[in-house]
Design a protein around this ligand. Structure first.
Ligand code: SAH
Length: 485
C-alpha cells in the first residue's frame, strides 16, 4: 500500500526534478499560490443573522392573498431585479418559506445569484480554500488516489464534483492525478452544476479552447461534454446527479451543501412553526421584505422535526438529505466513496443563515440576488441519510485532515523552489486554510464508504481521518523558519 507521506513527496519531487518536470515546475510556479488570501471566507459569522433581525411575531395576514398597494418606500434598501419577482410571488401566494426564498435568490434561472455572478474573483463576495491555495486540491487528490489504490485501483472510474464553482479544485486534483500516472482512459470527470455561467468558467479553466463539446440533453443524459487539458479525460456537465451514470465513483462536495436551501423551524408555545419571508410595506422597515412566523405548523414543521429534538429552533435542508441518500445508495451498489468538505456542526447549531456580499455579511433580505445566501451544514443530518447503506468517518477539522495527508511536506518542498514573494504567498495561504482562527477548525471533512468495507476500513482507516504524522510541531518549525517572510 502506498504510504500517504510517500505520495506527498512523490508529487513534490515529480514537480521539482527532471527535464520534463522542469516544465511542470514552471507551470506549477506560475499558479497563483495565495490566490486571494486578503479576502474573507464566507463561513465567518460576525453575528447570527436572525437574532439580529426583527422577526414580526404577529401572524401574517398574508397567509391570504394581499393586494395592498405598496406605500412610499424611498427610505428602504435598493430594489434589485429579483425583488419585483419575489414581491409578485408573495402577493399572489402568501409568504415564502425560507427554503423557497433561498432557492429563488440563488438559482432563479434569470436573476439568481449563482446564474450570473463570478462570486469568487477579486471583485467577488467570498473566498474558498481551493481558491486560496493549490495545496488544498493537491491534498484532496492524494486522498482520492490513496483510497482508490486501497480499493484495488478499479478502472475506469468516475470523479464527480458537486457545485464546482470555478473548477479550481478539480484543476488541482487533475494536475496531481496526471502526475501520479492516471491516464485518459482511466477516469471520466462528472460535474454537477446548475449555473450555465459557472459552467462556462469551469470549462475555460479545465478544457482547451479548441476542445469539442456536445450540448445535447438527449444524448446519454449529460448536457455538455468536452475533454480536460489535464490528462485529456472526458468531462461531462449535469444539472443534477440523476443523469450521472451509476458506476464506481469518487464524489466530492466542497462548499456545496451550505448553498442548498433550508427551512427554519421555531418551537413556540403552540408547537413547531416555520419562519417565512413576507412583504414589508411599512415605512419603518429597512428592506422591502421581513421575517414572520407561520400562523400554523407548516408541512416542513410537521415532517422534519425528530421526536428527540431538544433545540428550540433549527435549520433543515431537505435537498441535502435527498442528495446524500442517492449518493449513499450509489456508493453501496456501484462502489466508490465520498468526501464532503464544508463548514458546519453536528446537529447542535440553531441559527446560521446569513448573506455575504463583497466579503462582508449582508442581511439576507436586502437586495435579493446581490448576495450569496448560506447556512452551516448539519453533518449529523447528512450522516443519518447514509447510515443504511454506508459507513462514515468524521467530521474532522480541515486542519486535521490536511495535516494528516501531509500538507507540511508539500509546503516544505514548494518553499524550497519559490521566490521570496511566492514563499510569502504560500505561507499565508497555508496559514489561512489550516489555522484554527481562520479556516482550519470551522471547516470539516466527512468521508462515506460502502458499508461492506467497514471491517477493512477498521484495519486500514481512510487517510486524513486518523492521526498519521506529527503535525503541530512540524507546523511550528516551518512557520518559525519563514517568520521573516
Ligand atoms: N466548490 C466551489 C464553489 C462553491 S459555491 C468552491 O469551493 O470554490 C457553490 C457551488 O454550488 C456553485 O458552483 C453553485 O453554482 C453550485 N450550486 C448551488 N446550488 C446548486 C444546486 N442546487 N445544484 C447544483 N449546483 C449548485
Amino acid at each position: 500500500m502506498i504510504i500517504i507521506s510517500q505520495m506527498a513527496t512523490m508529487i513534490s519531487r515529480s514537480f521539482l526534478f527532471g527535464r520534463y518536470e522542469r516544465k511542470v515546475v514552471k507551470n506549477v510556479l506560475q499558479f497563483n499560490y495565495c490566490r486571494n488570501s486578503t479576502k474573507l471566507p464566507r463561513f465567518i459569522r460576525t453575528s447570527t443573522s436572525l437574532s439580529n433581525t426583527s422577526i414580526n411575531n404577529e401572524t401574517p395576514e398574508s397567509d391570504v392573498v394581499s393586494d395592498e398597494i405598496p406605500k412610499n418606500t424611498s427610505k428602504k434598501s435598493i430594489e434589485s431585479p429579483l425583488l419585483k419577482q419575489l414581491q409578485a410571488i408573495i402577493r399572489f401566494n402568501g409568504p415564502l418559506t425560507l427554503h423557497n426564498y433561498m432557492k429563488e435568490v440563488l438559482i432563479n434561472p434569470v436573476s439568481g445569484y449563482y446564474m450570473s455572478n463570478d462570486m469568487f474573483g477579486p471583485e467577488g463576495d467570498y473566498i474558498t480554500s481551493p481558491e486560496i491555495s493549490q495545496m488544498f486540491g493537491e491534498m484532496v487528490a492524494i486522498w482520492i488516489y490513496n483510497e482508490w489504490y486501497k480499493m484495488g485501483s478499479p478502472k475506469p472510474f468516475q470523479l464527480l464534483e458537486f457545485g464546482p464553482g470555478r473548477g479550481t479544485l478539480m484543476k488541482d486534483i487533475l494536475r496531481v492525478l496526471q502526475k501520479l500516472g492516471l491516464k485518459e482512459s482511466d477516469m471520466t470527470v462528472q460535474m454537477v452544476e446548475m449555473s450555465l455561467h459557472l459552467i462556462e468558467i469551469q470549462e475555460s479553466n479545465l478544457c482547451d479552447p479548441d476542445a469539442k463539446y456536445e450540448c445535447d440533453e438527449s444524448v446519454d443524459g449529460y448536457y455538455k461534454h468536452s475533454s480536460t487539458k489535464y490528462g485529456g479525460h472526458n468531462i461531462y456537465w449535469h444539472r443534477n446527479i440523476c443523469t450521472v451514470p451509476k458506476e464506481f465513483t469518487f464524489y466530492l462536495a466542497h462548499e456545496f451543501f451550505d448553498a442548498l436551501p433550508i427551512h427554519k423551524l421555531i418551537h413556540t408555545e403552540e408547537g413547531w412553526k416555520e419562519l417565512l419571508v413576507d412583504l414589508d410595506d411599512s415605512d419603518d422597515g429597512p428592506h422591502h421584505l421581513r421575517y414572520v412566523i407561520s400562523r400554523h405548523g407548516t408541512p416542513a414543521a410537521k415532517v422534519y422535526i425528530h421526536s428527540s429534538e431538544i433545540r428550540k429552533e433549527l435549520e433543515v435542508c431537505p435537498e441535502a438529505g435527498v442528495v446524500m441518500n442517492d449518493l449513499a445508495r450509489r456508493i453501496e451498489e456501484n462502489g466508490g466513496a465520498a468526501l464532503i468538505m464544508d463548514y458546519g456542526h453536528n446537529g447542535t447549531e440553531t441559527d446560521t443563515f446569513r448573506g455575504f456580499r463583497n466579503h462582508k455579511q449582508q442581511n439576507p433580505l436586502q437586495e435579493p440576488g446581490t448576495a450569496d445566501l448560506t447556512a452551516d451544514v448539519d453533518f449529523s443530518y447528512l450522516r443519518q441519510q447514509t447510515e443504511d447503506h454506508c459507513v462514515s468517518f468524521g467530521p474532522v477539522s480541515q486542519a486535521f485532515f490536511l495535516k494528516n495527508i501531509g500538507i507540511e511536506l508539500r509546503l516544505q518542498n514548494l518553499l524550497k523552489t519559490s521566490s521570496h514573494e511566492q514563499q510569502r504567498n504560500l505561507l499565508s495561504g497555508y496559514k489561512m486554510i489550516t489555522s484554527p482562527e481562520q479556516m482550519g477548525e470551522r471547516f470539516k471533512f466527512m468521508a462515506i464508504f460502502p458499508a461492506v468495507m467497514k471491517e477493512f476500513l477498521t484495519k486500514f482507516p481512510p487517510a486524513g481521518f486518523h492521526r498519521n504524522i506529527s503535525t503541530d510541531e512540524e507546523d511550528k518549525v516551518i512557520m518559525n523558519r519563514h517568520k521573516d517572510n
